[in-house]
Design a protein around this ligand. Structure first.
Ligand SMILES: Cc1cc2nc3c(=O)[nH]c(=O)nc-3n(C[C@H](O)[C@H](O)[C@H](O)COP(=O)(O)OP(=O)(O)OC[C@H]3O[C@@H](n4cnc5c(N)ncnc54)[C@H](O)[C@@H]3O)c2cc1C
Length: 457
């Protein structure tokens, strides 16, 4: 139960604002990206600076409140909010500073990737991130970070040089390879388990224009395409990334009208090298495709290309797995569920995790599945709440059918919040005991538990 006097005291020391259930904007403020998540926090604090975060952490611990931390609020399982407790909303921590000389960028904890891309692109630089620019930097980074630049430059965590973290005792530490190295190890894949990251320092890379876009093939050819893709992508130059997808062609330009509403399979490419003609020739000819939409574009345009198709407020139910190989038997199962995509936004993606991401050892960072070739995500999505049962059933059945062909665990950023302890342990494998020890050192009381939780041991 919240003590109103304590809340008044908290309010007096904050620069940010407290939003409570009787505030007129409470309802909009409490909502996160996934509309299936409908939680009612007791307090949402829109923090403005590190001191605000420290005050909130101390307040939650002293008042024994459930504590959630919100970066971009994008998490499918709704881990950026909670019922009754306190939400630290980092929306006021928006500073970004590019050091073009050192090729780094310092990013505060409440930024989205669109904001980072905007800042770094001006210098012809980019940080490897995901495929949707409205996603928060905080959650995506701490879980690993898979995206268009993974094969060339690794996971987002492979480019994390340093972080400022407010720990469970309310203190602020800076962690990097020299300072608090165990915390630095744990943050790179261990999610929000260890504290609130108020600032990230990333390595950037020279990426400005890319050759990018989708190639679509008819769904009837999907078996052939998947068998070609599984061999092609793992031996392709690392300058080329391409994630495989089943999708329904959106009824908007630039897609040809003849394809609008058609279920297809496709690959979304991103090429950072300088021999696009040679790299794309076999792709443009394979099939042949229904559409080969690859063209030169600024990297932030690619990053934002799907934002309009996936706005905040849709219902999402998703499951994930790591995948080492795409066997013919697995492909046969994929084809069954691709033919039954329950809504136009529902999809299945296979994100490559090879190339530069493979060169980091499983034990080098908390992110364990370094030998996997793909992260698979099965996502049932709809703007209509009435379709929740259909998208949930499709996703669960699809995952059930494919899980036996998977590597075991899943990318923690693409799990729901109800998948259980065993699933978290399976995702960290041999790294779990070391994570549990780091948790015991940095958060022995498990204050930070609204996440894919690692128990302190
Ligand atoms: C449409 C869509 C597309 C996506 N695409 C990709 C993709 O291409 N690649 C990819 O890797 N992932 C992708 N994701 C998954 C994404 O990485 C996770 O949903 C991630 O949790 C989102 O981060 P967030 O900060 O927006 O989330 P939130 O909901 O704000 O937070 C998620 C978790 O991270 C913790 N957290 C967030 N910020 C901080 C912080 N600063 N300090 C401590 N803990 C923090 C929270 O406590 C919570 O446990 C996508 C998600 C969606 C919905």
């Amino acid at each position: 139960m919240l003590n109103p006097n304590r809340v008044t005291e908290l309010s007096a020391v904050l620069r940010g604002r407290i939003v409570q259930p009787d505030d007129t904007d409470y309802d909009t403020t409490r909502r996160v990206y996934n509309a299936m998540i409908d939680r009612y926090p007791g307090l949402i604090v829109q923090c403005r600076d590190v001191a605000d975060v420290m005050h909130c952490v101390n307040f939650a611990r002293e008042q024994t409140l459930l504590l959630a931390v919100r970066g971009g609020g994008h998490n499918g399982g709704g881990l950026g909010t909670c019922d009754q407790g306190l939400v630290i909303d980092l929306c006021g921590l928006k500073g970004i500073r590019v050091d073009a000389q050192a090729r780094t960028v310092r990013v505060e904890g409440g930024c989205t990737w669109a904001e980072v891309d905007h800042a770094t692109h001006a210098f012809g630089l980019a940080v490897p991130c995901g495929i949707i620019s409205s996603t928060g930097v905080g959650g995506l980074t701490l879980g690993g970070g898979l995206g268009h630049l993974t094969r060339k430059y690794g996971l987002t965590v492979d480019n994390l040089l340093e972080a400022d973290v407010v720990l469970a005792d309310g203190s602020l530490v800076t962690t990097n390879a020299q300072q608090h190295p165990e915390l630095y190890w744990a943050l790179r894949g261990g999610g929000g388990n260890f504290g609130v990251v108020t600032s990230f320092l990333f390595r950037t890379h020279p990426v400005k224009m890319v050759m990018a876009g989708p190639t679509f093939w008819p769904l009837e050819k999907a078996g052939e395409v998947m068998r070609w893709y599984r061999d092609f992508i793992v031996s392709a130059p690392e300058d080329l990334n391409g994630f495989f997808a089943f999708l329904t062609v959106p009824p908007v330009a630039p897609f040809p009208e003849a394809l609008h509403g058609k279920k297809v399979c496709g690959v979304v490419w991103c090429y950072t090298g300088d021999d696009a003609d040679a790299v794309f020739k076999p792709i443009a000819e394979f099939g042949p495709p229904l559409m080969h939409g690859v063209q030169p574009m600024p990297f932030p345009m690619l990053q934002g290309a799907f934002d309009g198709l996936y706005p905040k407020g849709d219902q999402w139910y998703w499951r994930a797995d790591f995948v080492n190989e795409l066997s013919d038997a697995a492909i046969a199962e994929h084809l069954k569920f691709a033919a039954q995509l329950p809504t136009p936004q529902s999809t299945m993606h296979l994100y490559p995790i090879d190339g530069a991401a493979h060169r980091v050892k499983s034990s080098d960072t908390a992110f364990s599945y370094r030998e996997a070739n793909w992260g698979a995500v099965f996502a049932g999505v709809s703007s209509d709440p009435a379709e929740v049962p259909a998208i949930t059933a499709w996703t669960k059945n699809y995952w059930d059918a494919l899980h036996p062909y998977s590597a075991g665990g899943a990318y923690v950023n693409m799990m729901m919040d109800d998948e259980g302890d065993d699933r978290v342990r399976a995702s960290y494998r041999d790294n779990y005991p070391r994570l549990a020890a780091a948790k015991k050192r940095y958060d022995p009381g498990n204050l930070f538990r609204v996440n894919q939780n690692i128990k302190p041991h």
